[in-house]
Structure formats: structure tokens, C-alpha cells
Write a protein that binds this ligand. Structure first.
Ligand code: ATP
Length: 300
């Protein structure tokens, strides 16, 4: 049977600046995405209809109907191509579900690349990017990978060259957080505090740290405007972040809408030690080491 396997990475936002709430309910963002070496695999197999199966530890938290973003991606691609196409998708999940690492978006990007190949459509990257943007703000980046600045809702991307490999530890929480709830909490907090919300700007010092491959400087510049909201909704994350800092992390922040916490390490050995320390401190369910940046959705 014909099948295509695609590997697609998780992301961490090294900068996530959230602008004022727009009339359409979205926020303008400056979102610096960084793809890291925690991968889902999406296998596309020939089939009459569109279906999906999810494997892995958190598989039971992922929908296996049209609510699955990979299924939506396959259908959107078939529609774009003007063909009635079927596929059986098998997703091997390693990216934490509802963890703020864009796992669902990664699977959607994986399905686009896999089905484009399986169905022999030969659509260029630009077409896939357009379909990806309509599926969700984080999907285009999962196609692209590397490190990139996202503006608008996060879907307009500019690639950033990084000077070195960065080493990370991700502290995985027991249960996920809803992205929509975290944004709503962010709006509520800002209103309660009477904050004047500035137009989001790219942090130049952070860009320089990325370009220079300077982990120490990058650690000092990590920023996530959603962090206060995530900490309000999940108080124990403050302890997780503190524990990482105590164990020498160069920087610590909530990844995207959380609850995964990201820690920047000096090198691979430091990342391993930090992961052991975080697990030992009992502040997370598990701790994964990873490096970035890595390529986006890739056929293997
Ligand atoms: P983001 O960082 O993009 O906001 P996230 O990483 O916090 O997202 P996801 O893992 O993408 O969260 O999942 C969010 C929700 O989307 C899940 O609770 C799940 O119900 C739904 N979902 C749909 N398709 C998928 C998929 N293929 N993998 C994971 N979750 C999916």
C-alpha cells in the first residue's frame, strides 16, 4: 500500500507580544517562533475516505473526527485541488496535547505535506502556505520550521537565521490549558489592571541574540505576554519556572499559551542536568530535552 510519512516539529515562542484586542476577536501579535526537536509523525495511507488514528501517551485527548486539525487539513487540500480524495492518517504524537507547543497545528502541516505527496498533487510550497494560513495561525510556521517572526495573527512569516543551535528543556504539565481561555484571561487581566496595551514590536536585542547564537543573551530576552494569564489559570507554573531558574536555566518562560514551561540551557549537558533537576523537584509530569531550530514538516 502506498504511504507517506512526514515528521513535523513543535514550537516555542521566544517572543510572544500580544497587542490590543481587535474587532474581529483576534489580537495583533509579534510572535517569534522557534521550531524544536520534539516531533509528531503523520503517516498518510491510501484510503477511500478521510479518517484518522492517533497513537501515543496522550492520544485519548485528541479528536479522531472532523475536529482533528490533520483531517481538516486533508479536506482543505482536496478541496483546493478540486478532487474528492481519501486518506487514512496515522498520527504518532510526541508533542504535548494542549501544551502551548502547537501540536495540532504541526499535525495539520504534516497532513498537508503528506497528502500533497500521496495524492501526487505537486502543489508548490506557496499554495500549501496559503491553505495552512486558513487552517490556523500556527500552521504556516509548522510547514516552514527554523526560526521566524510571525506578524498579523502570527501567520505572516519572515525567516530569521540563527547563529547556533540552542538547547532547551520542556517541563510537561499533567493537564493542558485551552488557548482561547488563556487569551480571554489575558484580556481580563489587562482590563482589570487598566493597562494601556502597546502595539507589539519585534525585540531587537532578542533578534541579535538569535543571530549571534548567544544563549545567555537570548535567555535574558525571552518574553511571553500570555505568561501572567497562564500563571493565573495554573498557579503551580510559577514554582516550575522558579525551580528551573534555581537550577541555572539561562531563561525560563511559559511556552505559548502553556502550560508547558520552556527553559534555555547553556549546552546539551546542562539541558540534561536541568531536566533531571526539574523532574526530581516534582514540578512537572516529565521534562524533555530538545534543540532548535529544526526544519518544518519533512517527508522521511
Ligand atoms: P497552540 O499552541 O497552537 O495554541 P496547543 O499546543 O496549546 O496549541 P494543541 O495540542 O494544538 O494545543 O491542541 C489544542 C486542542 O486541539 C486539543 O485540546 C485538541 O482537542 C484539539 N486538536 C485537534 N486536532 C489535534 C491534533 N491533531 N493534535 C492535538 N490536538 C488536536
Amino acid at each position: 500500500m502506498n504511504s507517506v510519512t512526514v515528521r513535523v516539529p513543535a514550537k516555542v515562542n521566544v517572543q510572544l507580544s500580544v497587542g490590543p484586542l481587535r474587532d474581529d476577536g483576534y489580537h495583533d501579535l509579534v510572535n517569534v517562533f522557534h521550531a524544536v526537536s520534539i516531533f509528531d509523525e503523520v503517516v498518510a495511507q491510501e484510503a477511500e475516505d478521510v479518517s484518522v488514528q492517533v497513537l501515543g501517551e496522550s492520544a485519548d485527548q485528541v479528536p479522531v473526527d472532523d475536529g482533528n486539525l490533520a483531517v481538516q487539513a486533508a479536506r482543505a487540500l482536496a478541496k483546493h485541488a478540486g478532487r474528492a480524495q481519501g486518506v487514512h492518517l496515522v498520527i504518532r504524537k510526541a508533542i504535548p496535547v494542549a501544551g502551548g507547543m502547537a501540536g495540532g497545528s504541526a499535525d495539520a502541516a504534516g497532513a498537508l505535506v503528506a497528502c500533497n505527496e500521496l495524492w501526487g498533487l505537486g502543489l508548490p510550497a506557496g499554495d500549501l502556505m496559503k491553505i495552512a494560513g486558513a487552517l490556523g495561525s500556527d500552521v504556516p510556521f509548522a510547514l516552514l520550521g527554523g526560526t521566524a517572526i510571525g506578524t498579523g495573527r502570527g501567520e505572516q512569516l519572515t525567516e530569521v537565521a540563527t547563529g547556533a543551535r540552542f538547547h532547551w528543556v520542556f517541563a510537561i504539565a499533567d493537564a493542558g490549558l485551552s488557548t482561547a481561555k488563556v487569551y480571554a484571561e489575558c484580556d481580563r487581566l489587562r482590563e482589570a489592571l487598566g493597562e494601556q496595551v502597546a502595539w507589539p514590536q519585534v525585540n531587537d536585542a532578542l533578534m541579535e541574540a538569535l543571530r549571534n547564537g548567544d544563549a545567555r543573551a537570548l535567555g535574558a530576552e525571552l518574553i511571553n505576554d500570555l505568561q501572567p494569564a497562564a500563571l493565573m489559570l495554573r498557579r503551580q507554573l510559577a514554582r516550575t519556572l522558579e525551580s528551573g531558574r534555581e537550577h541555572g536555566a539561562l531563561g525560563a518562560l511559559v511556552s505559548g499559551s502553556g502550560p508547558t514551561c520552556a527553559f534555555l540551557a547553556a549546552d546539551e549537558a546542562h539541558a540534561r542536568d536541568l531536566a533531571v533537576a526539574l523532574t526530581g523537584a516534582g514540578v512537572c509530569r516529565s521534562a524533555l530535552t530538545a534543540h532548535g531550530s529544526v526544519p518544518g514538516a519533512t517527508i522521511i
